[in-house]
Design a protein around this ligand. Structure first.
Ligand code: AMO
Length: 428
């Protein structure tokens, strides 16, 4: 290759008029008009128009859209509406050719269905709407990390290959680990709890695995979870952290991702706070009022949550679930041991997060494991840490993919995940 890229397209400015630059990008559009060719060149930062005239035009080989070019030329003012500047080409090198026709139209003029797009995901990323979703996801990750660090949470990375279930027996992917059975972690639950005895406040943003045969817009076999765990906090404290974090994500992206919102065609509205806190018992009463057959202690079905979601659109906490519906590590309420110190963060019908205050007494924890049909011996490594000065602690896990769907106003997590994994999709 003869030349090196000097500028991103978004860096072109009035000061560069008359100066030589070298751009690199993909041909988005190409028009031949008499003795000139107009190329629309796109890089990750924007688009520009390249004017090819004279000898260069005569010798210009057949070019397909989406081929990669390096263009050396002079920056000049433009009459065209879509561009701030244009480049009068002096030299053009084709760095890679794209085939024609391409399996999907990356400009999005011809809409492809989600399966076809996911089968060609790398090319789909040249669609500005798709690219904007992932730029937005990047900004969300950026502000999550920044806000949690400011709140004195330390980022940890826990193992994803584990020897015993973190969330109990169901939904586990198992694999052969040098002759032993190992599992893919469903969550960082046990490790994040253990870390509170040394680091007090920890968080992790990582992929976790659920062998769920669900075919919905909100379930994946591999999803990204944001998890926190904090010593000396109870479930009300960690709900406050969660609410502040969600508001911060909305505020930050609403202000800093204007271009992405425009391209996606959705305006991010910062939700009002405080989020409503509704008890499980209240929800059961509301369901009974509308004629649903549901009793205290029943798990809430999707159909129930759809009804409740319509009555409570937006964000709300669903708190104080019956103990029997919660995992073994959740602590009961002192005033009523049938109720738990737990919550789900809901967005309408959609569960975004769940968490609670944890049990931190070894004997109760062992009893609880047995009650749920789990073998305490399988959790020996975890249980021993509770004899080493385990502080009272609370935490939550939130699905990043689901949070992204609320931000963009869509209902399929596959849109916000690069290469989603579900029962029907293991490739690409
Ligand atoms: P839970 O199992 O409720 O709790 O998971 C927490 C959040 O993770 C997201 N999530 C999923 N997203 C997409 N596809 C899936 N298959 C999937 N499963 C879960 C959801 C959900 O609310 N250890 C506890 C959390 C805690 O108490 O700290 C846990 O994993 O948004």
């Amino acid at each position: 290759m003869g030349f090196v890229k000097t500028h991103d397209i978004s860096e072109l400015s009035a000061e560069l008029i008359g100066k030589e630059v070298v751009l690199g990008g993909w041909i988005e559009d190409l028009r031949k008009l008499g003795k000139m060719t107009f190329i629309t060149l796109r890089d990750v930062s924007g688009i520009s128009q390249i004017i090819v005239k004279g000898e260069l035009h005569e010798n210009l080989e057949e070019l397909n859209r989406q081929s990669v070019l390096c263009v050396k030329g002079i920056v000049q003012e433009t009459q065209a509406h879509d561009f701030d500047f244009e480049i009068k080409a002096e030299e053009i090198e084709v760095l890679a050719k794209a085939i024609h026709p391409l399996p999907i139209d990356p400009i999005g003029r011809l809409e492809s269905n989600i399966d076809t797009r996911l089968n060609h995901r790398a090319l789909d990323m040249r669609n500005q709407k798709t690219a904007s979703i992932f730029k937005l996801r990047h900004s969300v990750l950026e502000i999550l990390r920044k806000t949690l660090s400011q709140k004195k949470f330390i980022e940890i990375t826990t193992p994803k290959i584990i020897g015993s279930a973190s969330e109990g027996g169901a939904n586990l992917f198992s694999l052969d680990y040098f002759g032993q059975t190992a599992y893919l972690a469903q969550s960082p639950q046990l490790y994040k709890e253990q870390m509170t005895l040394g680091l007090e406040r920890v968080y992790e943003i990582a992929n976790f695995y659920r062998a769920e045969k669900s075919h919905t817009g909100r379930h994946l076999s591999e999803f990204t979870s944001i998890d926190i765990e904090a010593a000396f906090m109870d479930y009300n404290d960690v709900m406050d952290v969660l609410e502040a974090l969600v508001i911060e994500v909305y505020k930050y992206t609403a202000e800093n991702c204007k271009k992405e919102q425009e391209v996606i065609g959705h305006t991010i509205e910062v939700p009002s706070s405080p989020f409503e806190r509704i008890t499980y018992s209240q929800v059961v009463d509301e369901l009974k009022q509308v004629g649903e057959k549901v009793e205290f202690g029943d798990d809430l079905l999707d159909s129930h949550l759809r009804i409740i979601g319509k009555r409570h659109p937006g964000f709300y906490f669903l708190i104080d679930w019956p103990m029997k519906l919660k995992p073994f590590y959740i602590r009961e309420k002192d005033e009523d041991p049938t109720l738990s110190r737990s919550f789900d963060l809901q967005y309408g019908y959609l569960e975004l997060s769940s968490g609670g205050t944890r049990l931190h007494d070894t004997d109760t924890l062992k009893a609880k494991l047995k009650e749920q049909g789990l073998d305490p011996a399988q959790f020996a490594d975890h249980l021993q840490t509770f004899d080493w000065g385990m502080p009272p602690h609370s935490g939550w896990g939130m699905g990043l993919d689901r949070l992204m769907t609320t931000l963009i106003g869509i209902d399929n997590v596959r849109e916000v995940v690069l290469y989603p994994r579900d029962p029907d999709r293991l490739k690409p």
